[in-house]
Design a binder for this molecule. Structure first.
Ligand code: ZN
Ligand code: ZN
Length: 396
C-alpha cells in the first residue's frame, strides 16, 4: 500500500498542529487517521437517521465499537510512546493561558419564544408540510401548553452568558437567519425584530445578537434544513446575519446536524465559512471523527484539503437527556469523566447545550455543574471562533 502524497501531507499537518512530527509512521497508520478525518465510513451509506444525520449506528463493528473514545487522539499518544512520533519543539503551550484542555462550548438557538402563542403562530404556516405524526404532536403540545400558563414564559438567553462568565469562559451562539429561501417545517422562524427575554428585559432578538457579539461571544449561523447541500442558501443566510452584526460570520453548525460528507464541506467552504461544528451525533455522545481536535475538512471529490476547520461535536444535551434518558447526576458524571480523559491527553472537546431551558431546569443546572467541573480540571472554555483563531496560528 502506498498512501498518496496529498493524504499523507494532510495527516502530517493535522499531527503537527497537535505538536507531533513523523518518525517512521506506517502507511497503514496514515490511512487509519485519514479515513476518520475525511469521513470515509460516512460514504458507505446515504441513510440519515430521522432524515437528519449520519450516525455511528451505521458504521462497521470496528468503528462502532470505539464510538465513545477519541481513538485517533489515543493512537497519537501511543505512537509517541512507541517512538513513531516525535514532539515538535515549540515555545507556545498547547492551549492559551497554560490550560490543560480545550472545552469548546456551543449553543444552537432553535427557540426564542418558549412555548408561547407567538411560537405556535410562527410554526403553523410551515406545518402543512410536516408528516401527520408530527402534526398531531404539535397539536398536542399546543393544547397542553395552552392549559399551562406558567410554561408560556420565555427562557432567558442571558443565563448562559452569566454561567460562562463566572469561569471566564466564552461560547458560540448559533442563530438562524431571519429569512429562508426554502423553509422546512423543522426550521425555526424567529425574526430579528421579534422580542425575546435577555437578562430579565424584553428585547428585540437582533439587539440581543448584537449585544452577545459585542461582549466577545461568538455569533455563528445555524444553517437551515435545506442549506446543508446548497451554497446559495448558505450564502443568503450568512449574509442576513452578517448584515445584522456588521461583521463577517465565520462559524456554522447545521440544524439537526444535517450533513453529507459528499458535499456539505464544499458548500460551506464555497461561501467562506472557516469553521463547521456539525459532525457529531443527535443520539449518542460519540467521537464521530475519532478525535476531539479541530482539523481541516477534506474534499473527497477533488481529493484536497479545504480551508474550513471541522471542530467535531462530541456531546450534546439531547443525546444524554432525551435519547439515553439520563438524569442530571448521570449527565454531569458522564461528561466529567469524558473531560477528565480529554484533560489527561491535553485534548479538546466540544459540547452543545440548546437554549430552551429555564434557570431551574435540570438541563441548565447540569450545564452549570459541568462548567464548574471543567474549570477545576483546567479547561480553556472557548468559542468556535476562538478555537479557530488559535488552531490556525499553530503551524505558523
Ligand atoms: Zn438546531
Ligand atoms: Zn439542535
Amino acid at each position: 500500500m502506498n498512501v498518496e502524497k496529498s493524504k499523507k501531507e494532510y495527516v502530517l499537518d493535522f499531527l503537527a498542529r497537535i505538536g507531533f512530527k513523523d518518525n517512521g509512521l506506517s502507511d497503514k497508520t496514515i490511512e487509519f487517521i485519514f479515513s476518520y478525518l475525511a469521513g470515509i465510513e460516512e460514504l458507505k451509506t446515504n441513510r440519515k437517521y430521522n432524515d437528519h444525520n449520519w450516525e455511528m449506528n451505521y458504521a462497521s463493528f470496528d468503528i462502532k465499537k470505539n464510538r465513545y473514545i477519541p481513538v485517533i487522539d489515543y493512537k497519537i499518544f501511543n505512537l509517541y510512546h512507541k517512538g513513531l512520533l516525535k514532539k515538535i519543539d515549540r515555545k507556545e503551550n498547547m492551549w492559551p493561558q497554560k490550560k490543560k484542555f480545550a472545552l469548546c462550548i456551543t449553543h444552537d438557538i432553535d427557540h426564542l419564544f418558549g412555548k408561547s402563542f407567538l411560537y405556535y403562530r410562527k410554526m403553523i404556516p410551515h406545518f402543512n408540510k410536516a408528516p401527520i405524526k408530527n402534526k398531531l404532536l404539535f397539536l398536542g403540545s399546543f393544547i397542553k401548553n395552552s392549559l399551562n400558563i406558567k410554561k408560556k414564559s420565555i427562557p432567558d438567553l442571558g443565563i448562559w452568558l452569566k454561567a460562562e462568565e463566572k469561569h471566564n469562559f466564552k461560547s458560540s451562539f448559533l442563530f438562524f437567519s431571519d429569512k429562508l429561501i426554502e423553509p422546512s417545517w423543522e426550521d425555526s422562524f424567529y425574526k430579528y425584530t421579534d422580542k425575546t427575554i435577555f437578562e430579565g428585559q424584553k428585547v428585540e432578538i437582533g439587539c440581543v445578537i448584537k449585544e452577545i457579539f459585542k461582549r466577545g461571544w461568538d455569533v455563528g449561523l445555524h444553517g437551515s434544513c435545506k442549506s446543508y447541500c446548497n451554497s446559495q442558501y448558505l450564502k443568503y443566510e450568512k449574509k442576513r446575519l452578517e448584515n445584522l452584526i456588521d461583521c463577517e460570520i465565520k462559524t456554522i453548525r447545521q440544524h439537526h446536524l444535517m450533513f453529507d460528507i459528499r458535499d456539505t464541506p464544499q458548500c460551506q467552504n464555497a461561501v467562506n465559512f472557516k469553521v463547521d461544528s456539525t459532525r457529531g451525533s443527535n443520539i449518542s455522545p460519540d467521537f464521530r471523527c475519532g478525535t476531539g481536535f479541530p482539523f481541516y475538512q477534506y474534499d473527497l471529490n477533488n481529493e484536497k484539503s479545504l480551508d474550513i476547520l471541522q471542530i467535531p461535536l462530541v456531546i450534546q444535551d439531547n443525546a444524554l437527556f432525551r435519547h439515553e434518558k439520563l438524569n442530571k447526576e448521570q449527565v454531569v458524571n458522564y461528561v466529567s469523566e469524558v473531560m477528565e480523559m480529554v484533560a489527561d491527553i491535553n485534548g479538546c472537546m466540544t459540547i452543545l447545550w440548546h437554549n430552551n431551558y429555564y434557570k431551574n431546569d435540570k438541563e441548565f443546572q447540569a450545564f452549570e455543574e459541568i462548567l464548574n467541573k471543567a474549570d477545576k480540571l483546567g479547561a480553556w472554555g472557548c468559542s468556535l471562533r476562538e478555537l479557530n483563531d488559535w488552531w490556525r496560528r499553530k503551524r505558523n
